[in-house]
Design a protein around this ligand. Structure first.
Ligand SMILES: *Cc1c(COP(=O)(O)O)cnc(C)c1O
Length: 457
């Protein structure tokens, strides 16, 4: 054992030998030599540590390790990924891709000076995000809008500015966790508000809220359960009833609708998803939502509502800490314009994917299978909206099941993920599937090339 260890340790190359390695030289062309040396040293240290621990077998190849690290630093890996999972708002793949024009506007805003806080006509200082506010007002009827970093920030800021030190009433069925660290009770406590839970997990009535309101109550918080569904023996008050109750008792109604939906989902065969406009029209004081879920824009937190209330939120010191940057505001404005022009299903990738018909998807999958020959077979699949909206609602779809004689499903999936154009497939019943619904309109050729490369045809 010790002998083998010594031999392995002695076998580790010197740093300068690795510096001269032809493959490493190619991978590090143009890079600062001091940084390349550090990378090599770090990889050698890691290799040494692995030898000294017990894992003597399974040594990853040193040169590959170094090249992998260099690729990471030099940006030689592609950033775009083809989503074959059938999950439209795929959180692990960056949620909503923005439209071509939103991407363009974001790039332009990033690389240029922009009239962010200047009114060009008067030359005076103007408010940040006036344009986005005008768009959101036109689309939802809200009196005022404020954009922050993401929806978690929006909810935190709203609670901190409107209810710190006071009680906020939440149904037990809505004191939920929305993935990765967003737990309603924790956010509420962190904002300085006091959580008052009412009702039960499956049934909460307007009278439960009513009985809990006292002099110390700042607001009722209604949260869209987003990523799960309670079915069967359930009850939840209508939004109108909560609005009436809050008005009568003089407390605020705050709603976290999650997905930021602006269109009716029902014509696409989906269940109803609450829209921002519905909440505003119902009379909710403040509505919070994400920019990069069903809205289909960049990461953002959208706060809409009554002017006096949104102004109070905007004045809180946290508003500055959580504010959106110029690229976000530019991308969000370009995204919202697609709704103003009634072209969301053509231009916004999330809505383009939702609105494809099964017949269209079947034809698409058939084209792919013809291009790939025996390795690909057209299959019926189920896609989902994802991103914490419309849980459990399936969108009938089509895709291709691919197979490579010698490789098992896991090996082939990995080969697709690490190719020059990474493809993330879905594995169902030991079959590897590329769902036609989530491959973007302009990715078809790249997908076929990537599949051919992985299948070596
Ligand atoms: C997704 C979601 C959040 C978190 O939004 P981020 O934009 O990811 O910060 C909060 N509340 C609800 C109801 C959600 O669906």
């Amino acid at each position: 054992m010790t002998e083998q260890r010594d031999r392995l340790l002695r076998g580790l190359p010197a740093v300068h030998v690795m510096m001269d390695d032809e493959r490493i030289q190619r991978a590090s062309a143009g890079a600062n030599p001091a940084i390349v040396r550090d990378v090599i040293r770090e990889c050698l240290d890691a290799a040494r540590a692995r030898i000294l621990s017990d894992s003597l077998d399974q040594q990853p190849a040193l040169v590959e390790q170094i090249i992998h690290q260099l690729d990471l630093l030099l940006g030689s890996r592609p950033t775009s990924v083809i989503n074959g999972t059938g999950v439209i708002v795929q959180t692990n793949l960056g949620r909503a891709p923005v439209s071509a024009s939103a991407a363009q506007e974001m790039a332009k805003a990033a690389a240029s000076y922009v009239a962010l806080e200047t009114d060009l006509e008067s030359g005076q200082r103007g408010g940040r995000g006036h344009e986005v506010e005008a768009l959101l007002r036109a689309l939802t009827g809200a009196e005022r809008a404020l954009v922050v970093n993401n929806n978690a920030a929006a909810v935190m800021l709203v609670l901190a500015s409107l209810s710190a030190g006071r009680g906020v009433i939440v149904s037990r069925g809505e004191a939920v966790e929305i993935g990765g660290g967003f737990r309603v009770p924790d956010v509420l406590r962190q904002s300085g508000a006091r959580l008052v839970e009412v009702g039960t997990t499956n049934r909460t009535y307007a009278r439960d809220y009513s009985e809990a309101i006292d002099d110390d109550t700042a607001a009722i918080l209604r949260v869209h359960a987003s990523n799960f569904e309670i079915i069967g023996f359930t009850a939840r008050p209508e939004l109108d009833d909560l609005v009436a109750l809050c008005r009568e008792r003089n407390v605020l109604l705050i709603e976290d609708v999650g997905s930021g939906c602006l269109l009716d989902t029902r014509p696409f065969g989906l269940a109803h998803e609450p829209t921002l406009g519905e909440s505003i029209r119902a009379g909710v004081d403040i509505v919070c939502a994400s920019g990069d879920k069903l809205l289909g824009g960049p990461q953002a937190g959208i706060i809409l509502g009554r002017a006096a209330v949104v102004d109070q939120v905007a004045r809180h010191p946290l508003a500055r800490a959580l504010r959106a940057d110029k690229t976000c505001l530019a991308g969000l404005a370009a995204t919202l314009r697609h709704y103003i022009r009634d072209e969301a299903t053509d231009e916004i990738p999330v809505w383009w994917a939702i609105s494809r018909t099964p017949e269209w998807l079947e034809r698409r999958a058939r084209r792919w299978s013809q291009a790939l020959g025996d390795c690909a077979e057209v299959v019926r699949t189920d896609a989902v909206v994802g991103g914490g909206s419309l849980p459990g609602k399936l969108l009938p779809s089509f895709g291709i099941a691919i197979s490579a004689g010698s490789l098992n499903v896991q090996q082939l999936a990995q080969r697709l993920r690490i190719g020059d154009q990474p493809v993330v497939p879905r594995v169902v019943d030991e079959r590897l599937i590329i769902d036609a619904r989530t491959v973007l309109a302009d990715q078809e050729e790249a997908l076929i090339d990537a599949l051919r490369a992985a299948l070596t045809i």
